[in-house]
Design a binder for this molecule. Structure first.
Ligand SMILES: Nc1ncnc2c1ncn2[C@@H]1O[C@H](COP(=O)(O)OP(=O)(O)OP(=O)(O)O)[C@@H](O)[C@H]1O
Ligand SMILES: [Mg+2]
Length: 152
């Protein structure tokens, strides 16, 4: 059985501002990304990459067109549906958005709280930190962790 496309976009338009100040940013976007495909999005600064990614990530409301993520339409989607879609997406922000009061492993494990069926949150987080060479920092809080990192 073939899986539906992970992302399916039809005639998507998006603009910022209103009236005379309206600036169209995304014009007639049509895009299909099949399940399992790795896609790289490139373009000049200001061309709308982040705008498109935040729409796909259900972090920004759709204006016109159709955008399906994991076979769910995001145009006019309810808040609960947007939350459900977000919980199925791994999104690495340029700004790290980590919580200072939590340890490194607690920060990494936080998204798994949305998936209560996952029982070994701590081990999974520590495995990920180990894979990127941060095994010795798993129990540091962010303040200590960044101070250590910045000192080399
Ligand atoms: N919240 C906003 N309000 C008004 N205009 C915005 C807003 N966000 C983005 N824009 C404008 O929309 C256009 C696209 O911005 P966007 O951040 O999506 O581009 P980008 O391709 O991600 O750029 P970069 O490569 O610099 O990250 C730019 O002209 C930007 O100034
Ligand atoms: Mg950007």
């Amino acid at each position: 059985m073939s899986l539906p496309p992970t992302i399916q976009i039809k005639d998507l338009n998006h603009s910022f501002g209103k009236g005379n100040l309206k600036i169209p940013v995304l014009n007639e976007i049509n895009l299909e990304i099949p399940a399992g495909e790795i896609t790289i999005l490139t373009g000049p600064s200001g061309s709308g990459k982040t705008t498109l990614l935040t729409l796909i990530g259900a972090l920004r409301s759709m204006q016109t067109g159709s955008l399906k993520v994991l076979d769910r339409e995001l145009l006019a989607a309810k808040q609960s549906q947007l939350v459900e879609t977000r919980s199925q997406i791994g999104y690495v922000f340029q700004a790290h958005n980590l919580l200072k009061s939590l340890t490194a492993w607690e920060n990494v494990a936080m998204p798994l709280k949305l998936h209560p069926q996952v029982k070994d949150r701590q081990n999974r987080a520590i495995n990920v930190l180990t894979a990127v060479g941060l095994a010795d920092r798993t129990h540091h809080t962010l303040t200590v962790f960044l101070a250590v990192r910045n000192s080399g």
